[in-house]
Design a protein around this ligand. Structure first.
Ligand SMILES: Nc1ncnc2c1ncn2[C@@H]1O[C@H](COP(=O)(O)OP(=O)(O)OP(=O)(O)O)[C@@H](O)[C@H]1O
Ligand SMILES: [Mg+2]
Length: 445
């Protein structure tokens, strides 16, 4: 008995990706449609597999998202249209793999990995399984090297390590997408994978044409599922972009994964879970949302020996600039640092609107030199000193000469702001950022 248990556990540990084939029952029929949930009876298919449903216009592909006794709950991947009572439901068996290869670079895909850009089919005969096995935490390489993201305020003050997972926290319209775009142009990462999930459709085009540009696009893969796609398609877009990043990491590349946004991923999972009857828990989010978030995020990071890295940025919407949102809370706990964008900085035209005091990169001390760390600490202290006394200074209640440190902070304020600001088209290398930080720190007393 113990032996059998041992065997099963071993299989779990080593062969998570090899799911044995299941025996699908030929076909069933549709018995009920409630909102976006379809209920079918008479067929047997595992959760996560696809079924084809007969419609007036042909067929519709749906994914099995749950079951209750003999009833299967399905959700359409495409638009739900033309389904009839009693329509035939045919399980499609195992899902096909994801097309991968270097020909993905420069392409725009939908959540399923199918090209959206009208440039024809992907020129590749390689496929990767859609689900990857989790990396054993003990065989992951540690984070030891910085990644140049081309943004001076981040390179200097919030240094990101290769394999780090960062959150970009902000309300709407504060400059998240523009900041991600600046990184795509300025980073030294080999390959960039961008997941645009739950955005307005117009923004997807804007991001690709204006923000990414030709230079950024040549080494990027974009996976887009705008707000009007089904919740399943949005979930899949996050998973597909992560899977593509994993594929390149396993080949040895340093990948930058930009996911805009993690909140929309959580909301898509909430839509699905509530539709199949999972009870809501925190602010309407069912527990499965909080189980799925770390599973997605944990897939980024460094690979094992001989593999590359996935450095990831996930944007997190803080509704009404509320930092206590449950998704923001959960994300902060599972990520290795967060960059907070401030609306008041953006309103005053300070871009990128990074709130240096509220942001932190937990791995920075592990990837930078002692001199860099010391310079960072000095600039941060001087910056904070000004912020703490800002109200007094602005109403004229501070008398110059009362405290030489505050006098110095006031004198350096314009230089610090200029250092933290950057126009959309500029890029500053890691070394340049470091040198400029050193010059600024030398003036901090
Ligand atoms: N570095 C920058 N320099 C100048 N302007 C900027 C910069 N970053 C952002 N902006 C301005 O802020 C606006 C909003 O930026 P962006 O679309 O990136 O915000 P967002 O946070 O992604 O918004 P949403 O929540 O709607 O997706 C831009 O249209 C631009 O005018
Ligand atoms: Mg945006």
């Amino acid at each position: 008995m113990q032996n059998r248990q041992h065997q099963l556990l071993n299989r779990l540990n080593h062969h998570q990706d090899k799911v044995p084939p299941f025996r699908a029952v030929a076909s069933g029929q549709l018995v009920r449609v409630v909102g976006l949930t379809l209920e079918a009876s008479g067929c047997r298919a595992p959760v996560g597999s696809l079924c084809s449903i007969e419609t007036m216009a042909g067929e519709l592909i749906a994914e099995v998202v749950g079951f209750d006794g003999e009833l299967l709950y399905l959700m359409p991947i495409e638009e739900l249209r033309g389904v009839l009572p009693g329509a035939r439901v045919v399980p499609l068996g195992e899902q096909t793999g994801l097309n991968v290869g270097l020909s993905l670079l420069g392409r725009v895909l939908d959540g399923n990995g199918v090209p959206l850009d009208g440039l024809g089919a992907l020129q590749t005969d390689q496929q990767a399984p859609r689900h990857s096995a989790a990396i054993n935490p003990l065989s992951r390489r540690a984070i030891t090297e910085p990644l140049d993201v081309g943004v001076r305020a981040i390179n200097a003050m919030l240094t990101v390590g290769k394999g780090q997972r960062m959150g970009l926290f902000a309300g709407s319209g504060v400059g998240k997408s523009v900041l991600l775009g600046m990184m795509t142009r300025g980073t030294t990462a080999d390959i960039i994978v961008v997941g645009l999930v739950g955005e307005r459709g117009r923004e997807v085009k804007e991001f690709i044409e204006e923000i990414l540009g030709d230079k950024g696009r040549a080494r990027s893969v974009v996976v887009a599922a705008p707000a009007d796609t089904s919740p399943l398609m949005r979930l899949r877009a996050c998973e597909t972009s992560t899977r593509i990043a994993e594929y390149f990491r396993d080949l040895g590349y340093n990948v930058l994964l930009l996911m805009d946004s993690l909140t929309r991923y959580a909301q898509a999972q909430r839509e699905i879970a509530l539709a199949v009857g999972e009870p809501p828990a925190t602010k309407g989010y069912p527990p499965s949302v909080f189980a799925k978030l770390p599973r997605l995020v944990e897939r980024a990071g460094n690979g094992g020996p001989g593999q590359g890295s996935i450095t990831a940025f996930y944007t997190v919407l803080t509704e009404g600039d509320d930092q206590q949102d449950p998704i923001a809370d959960a994300s902060r706990a599972i990520l290795d640092g967060h960059i907070v964008l401030s609306r008041s900085l953006a309103d005053s035209g300070h871009y990128p609107a990074i709130d240096i005091e509220a942001s932190i990169s937990r791995v920075a001390p592990m990837v930078i030199s002692n001199e860099h760390l010391e310079a960072m600490r000095r600039v941060k202290q001087t910056y904070s000193l000004y912020q703490q006394n800002r109200d007094l200074i602005s109403i004229g209640a501070y008398a110059q000469g009362s405290d030489p440190r505050i006098d110095n902070a006031i004198r350096l304020q314009p230089a610090m702001n200029a250092f933290l600001r950057q126009t959309m088209l500029d890029a500053f290398s890691f070394t340049d950022s470091q040198v400029m930080l050193g010059q600024l720190a030398a003036q901090c007393k």
